[in-house]
Write a protein that binds this ligand. Structure first.
Ligand code: ZN
Length: 462
């Protein structure tokens, strides 16, 4: 019966006129087992882990390490073959806010920013502009520069790295970069050096730079930071191999930003993936607990270091051979599923995967929209490699439109998640109802794709 049903559905995929209906009965037991309380229990664990580890679950820090151990232990207990996949990622962390003091010239604390990958140090020296161009893009701009001074240079034309390289080579003990002063480039700014710098480097607004350039006072410049690489890890949990030799890869990033506990971003997606994996095992689905393996193996992934540049998911993709990539029938990504001012959004990816979600929401009469597949989460490396990819999303810092509020409720003119990447992204920053709706949709899609021997066969649009 199952094979025949799939054949009919596969045939219908190319005929837009034929309304597809989700096979709801086939996933009912799993959806019943995936409960709001089950998902919220995982979120409470993530909140507690953050509280016990300095308030965050960021990559390379104990809150993420403990989160990884926590999910790995539960998955192993449920019967999955669990492994950690280690990798390195570039690391920069400030131990304290930067300091810049100059007699008679006050600067507001939050207008002063350390450039990422700045060196550390506490220097008291005169602030001196280069003798040549203030942009400091050429080594010759520093002719006659007083060794041991702090270089005062203008943003623009060349990279921060180039300016800092020339300044340090000329003997500067620190670098202050002031904004260009052109339209839109006058205030405080963030910047990143490509390589770790040997001296402290901060950015300041244009008008502050102008005053320093005029007065050339003796200043104190201090940065207290750590740079280098750290290791982190993905958690991978495999069910047994099915009949097709293919795999459905179901992932969520388990790390957060250093600013907060990361409960919506992305405790929510992690909790949904974990709950789906545990309940599937409990029901004997996915080939565990004495059940038959589905057509496609299911692999659950809890990516590390997403917030510092999708490092974990990229690493996993790179570790796969061409042949292994070819055996990925589908990659699902769940990143932010419980936003407090939510949309119900489906990744606008390959038709076959998006349709599984769309048909599901249509079948239960819930409004669902679509979101373009941008590069900002762990689906992106796989999508770029031509692997069929999909997922769900309830919104981040974007402002909800009138149209979106009319469709999904909530407040227009406000962000989907006002606590995005902030300390307040805690347990109170979750809409538990929408999170449960998303969990059911995810569970339905995972099981539907796992059982579909045709999944991933339509890599070209039909
Ligand atoms: Zn995220």
């Amino acid at each position: 019966m199952s094979a025949a049903r799939h054949a009919v559905l596969a045939g219908a995929l190319c005929l837009a006129a034929v309304p597809a209906v989700a096979d709801m009965a086939a996933t009912e037991a799993l959806r019943d087992a995936v409960t709001e309380d089950g998902v919220m229990t995982h979120l409470r664990s993530f909140q507690r882990i953050a509280e016990e580890n300095g308030g965050n679950r960021a990559a390379g820090r104990p809150g993420h390490e403990q989160s990884a151990d926590h999910v790995a232990a539960m998955l192993e207990e449920a019967g999955y073959a669990v492994r950690f996949e280690e990798f390195e990622f570039p690391f920069f962390e400030e131990n304290a806010p930067p300091v810049l003091t100059a007699p008679g010239i006050a600067i507001e604390r939050d207008l002063l920013r350390t450039l990422a990958n700045s060196g550390s140090g506490d220097v008291t020296a005169p602030a001196v502009p280069p003798s040549g161009s203030p942009l400091a893009c050429e080594a010759s701009d520093f002719q006659g520069f007083t060794r041991g001074a702090v270089a005062l240079v203008q943003r623009g034309t060349c990279t921060f790295q180039t300016k800092v390289g020339h300044a340090a080579a000329a003997g500067a003990k620190g670098v202050v970069i002031y904004n260009e002063g052109t339209e839109g480039r006058t205030g405080a700014f963030r910047g990143q050096l490509g390589d770790p710098a040997p001296v402290p480097v901060v950015g300041v607004p244009a008008d502050y730079g102008a005053r320093l350039r005029e007065a050339r006072p003796e200043i104190r410049l201090a940065v207290d930071a750590r740079t280098g690489t750290r290791s982190s890890r993905n958690v991978l949990a495999d069910g047994p191999e099915g009949t097709t030799g293919k795999t459905v890869l179901v992932g969520a990033h388990l790390d957060g930003v250093p600013e907060g506990p990361g409960i919506n971003d992305n405790g929510s997606g992690s909790a949904v993936v974990l709950e789906t994996a545990l309940r599937m095992a409990g029901l004997g689905e996915g080939g565990l607990g004495g059940g038959e393996p589905p057509a496609n193996r299911v692999r659950f992934a809890f990516w590390g270091a997403e917030e510092v540049g999708l490092v974990g998911s990229r690493h996993h993709l790179q570790s796969l051979t061409e042949e292994e990539r070819g055996r990925l029938a589908a990659v699902l990504n769940f990143d932010m599923l419980g936003s407090p001012n939510p949309g119900r959004l489906i990744y606008d990816g390959p038709a076959a995967i998006a349709r599984v979600f769309r048909d599901y929401f249509a079948s239960i009469g819930l409004e669902a929209g679509s979101t373009p597949m941008r590069g900002g989460s762990d689906h992106a490396p796989f999508a770029r490699a031509g692997i069929p990819t999909g997922g769900l999303y309830t919104g981040a810092g974007e402002i909800k439109s009138e149209e979106s509020a009319a469709r999904f409720g909530g407040t227009a003119g406000q962000p989907y998640d006002p606590c995005y990447h902030q300390a307040c992204d805690d347990l109170t920053n979750i809409d538990a109802t929408v999170l449960h709706q998303m969990a059911d949709a995810a569970a339905h899609a995972v099981l539907t794709l796992a059982r579909d021997p045709e999944a991933g066969k339509d890599r070209e649009p039909s």
